[in-house]
Design a protein around this ligand. Structure first.
Ligand code: PMP
Length: 296
């Protein structure tokens, strides 16, 4: 996968500069210790032009992630949204994935830095896990204990846990992993949240051990609009396997149905599930279709 071409520009320290000519310091604290915060945002080509979905929510989460861990964040949300639109324009991107990263420069200590840098990159990226139902394996890796970090922050270092889980899952023949929390309850995927459907209702793990996904909360809004009951609850792996259906959701994966968890096959046909209904409404919403909740 090529993330940039010779002519690609990124937004770095307030300027649009060449992606291939930009250098970072090999003594960076972020590189050595994973002390950085980032976002994953999508822009869609809609009937109203290219629109960045939930741009404000993503940049506010970036700010919150930085504030929680003590990465300086001297940025204005609207300025960053404007810069993101400009970035799409200068790179002639319409449907794109946008990746802001706040990072620390040279600093080999374990003390939060006095200054940070920000870069925003964008590239074309299809649905991260494709659009067929996936095989999921419950991971031997747990999500980080929320008492060991700010699990609600999107911090680079947390993604070592994600890489371990996904790599292990793929080596064992699965498309993706599902991680449990430190108490053995269902938490989330390495880069997505999870919902399960049981008897016409949706259930999703409560906040506390997971990243509060923007897609997760969008789905909860859509479900309310569609009169689908949603509950935030502690879910055991056995309860998940006894569900009618389940799906992962996130900016990169969008909404993707789960075919199997370990050896267990879900009963319902994906097309007949609440997840499929919500996936259509989600697609309409990101594309700014009027009456997005009306599924035809
Ligand atoms: N959990 C984790 C660990 C993630 O990395 C992501 C992707 N950001 C999500 C959940 C989904 O979050 P969102 O819907 O905001 O993209």
């Amino acid at each position: 996968m090529q993330y940039y071409q010779p002519q690609t520009l990124i937004y770095h320290d307030g300027k649009f500069v060449s992606a291939s000519a930009t250098q970072i310091d090999l003594f960076g604290q972020s590189l050595h210790y994973g002390f950085a915060a980032f976002e994953g945002i999508r822009a869609y080509q809609t009937d109203n032009g290219t629109r960045i979905f939930k741009a404000k929510e993503h940049y506010l989460r970036l700010q919150k992630s930085c504030e929680l861990v003590g990465l300086p964040y001297p940025y204005d949300t609207q300025d960053l949204i404007n810069a993101s639109y400009e970035l799409l324009q200068v790179n002639k991107l319409k449907d794109a994935y946008i990746r802001p990263l706040v990072y620390a420069d040279a600093n080999m200590t374990l003390i939060a830095p006095q200054e940070s840098k920000l870069m925003i990159a964008a590239w074309e990226w299809g649905a991260y896990l494709g659009n067929k139902q996936i095989k999921v394996g419950i991971s031997p890796f747990q999500r980080p204990n929320p008492k060991s970090t700010f699990i609600e922050a999107k911090i680079s270092g947390h993604y070592v846990n994600s890489i371990l889980a996904t790599t292990h899952a793929k080596r064992h023949g699965y498309d993706e992993a599902l991680l449990l929390d430190a108490n053995g309850f269902v938490a989330e995927a390495p880069g997505a949240n999870i919902f399960m459907e049981k008897d016409g209702k949706l259930f999703t793990p409560a906040l506390g051990n997971i990243l509060p996904g923007i897609t997760r909360s969008t789905i909860m809004d859509i479900a309310h609009r569609l009169d689908i009951p949603v509950f935030e609850a502690a879910i055991t792996p056995a309860e998940l396997k006894a569900a009618d259906a389940a799906f992962f959701c996130g900016t990169a994966v969008e909404i993707i149905g789960i075919h199997t968890i370990d050896d267990h096959v879900f009963k319902a046909r994906w097309a007949d599930t609440l997840g499929a209904t919500i996936a259509s409404a989600y697609k309409n919403l990101v594309l700014e279709k009027e009456n997005f909740e009306v599924i035809i």
